[in-house]
Design a protein around this ligand. Structure first.
Ligand code: ZN
Length: 199
């Protein structure tokens, strides 16, 4: 016996989310059907709005409703330092720690030869252009995750940018190997930025 078409379609939609298999998707779809109509409408509107109203900042790659984003557009931020992160959630983690006052650049991924991801597949090109057009940038702090791909990406950026006279550093090793930036607690993140090491 098959679920009626609307439920089957919703189950199919939920399986497109990361970590959601067919069983979880079925549970979520049935739960959705049992929710109050206004909650479901709100949910659907939030889904549409995240695609319609949010864009990538053309400078740093952050999610934003305005372009450039609020961080790039803030003249009070330290324009000499850029922290390079894998994903927007890492930017949010460092930003929420509350100490760092420089700028960011979001790669939207890492170098991963095994998965066929090279420099052209992540947001490196705009970083290079950014450095070429902004003399005031002195240091790039690479805050990719502490795993093999994160390290490889840091080394690649170091080799690419150092010849241009940019200081390239890496977050201190307070972050344990294999750990994700966005799971680190705020004190650890602040210390990791303060105690960064030159590459
Ligand atoms: Zn931005």
């Amino acid at each position: 016996m098959q679920y009626p078409e609307p439920i089957a379609r919703l189950i199919d939609s939920y399986t497109k989310l990361p970590g959601i298999g067919i069983k979880s998707a079925t549970r979520l779809a049935i739960h959705t059907m049992e929710m109050a109509e206004q909650d479901v409408t709100g949910f659907a509107q939030a889904l549409i709005s995240v695609k319609r109203d949010l864009h990538f900042c053309s400078i740093c790659g952050n999610f934003t409703e305005t372009d450039p984003c609020a961080i790039c557009a803030d003249p009070d931020r330290d324009q000499s330092t850029i922290i390079v992160v894998e994903e927007v959630k890492d930017l949010m983690a460092i930003e929420n720690a509350g100490e760092y006052r420089g700028l960011y650049h979001v790669l939207h991924g890492v170098l991963s030869p095994l998965n066929g991801k090279g420099p052209d597949d992540i947001n490196i090109d705009t970083l290079v252009k950014r450095l070429q057009s902004h003399d005031e940038i002195e240091e790039i702090i690479v805050a990719t995750n502490a795993n093999a791909e994160g390290e490889a990406t840091a080394m690649y950026l170091s080799r690419l940018l150092k010849p241009a006279g940019i200081r390239v550093s890496r977050l201190a090793t307070g972050l344990s190997v294999g750990s994700d930036i966005d799971y680190a607690d705020q004190i650890t993140l602040i210390k990791a930025v303060e105690g960064r090491t030159l590459l």
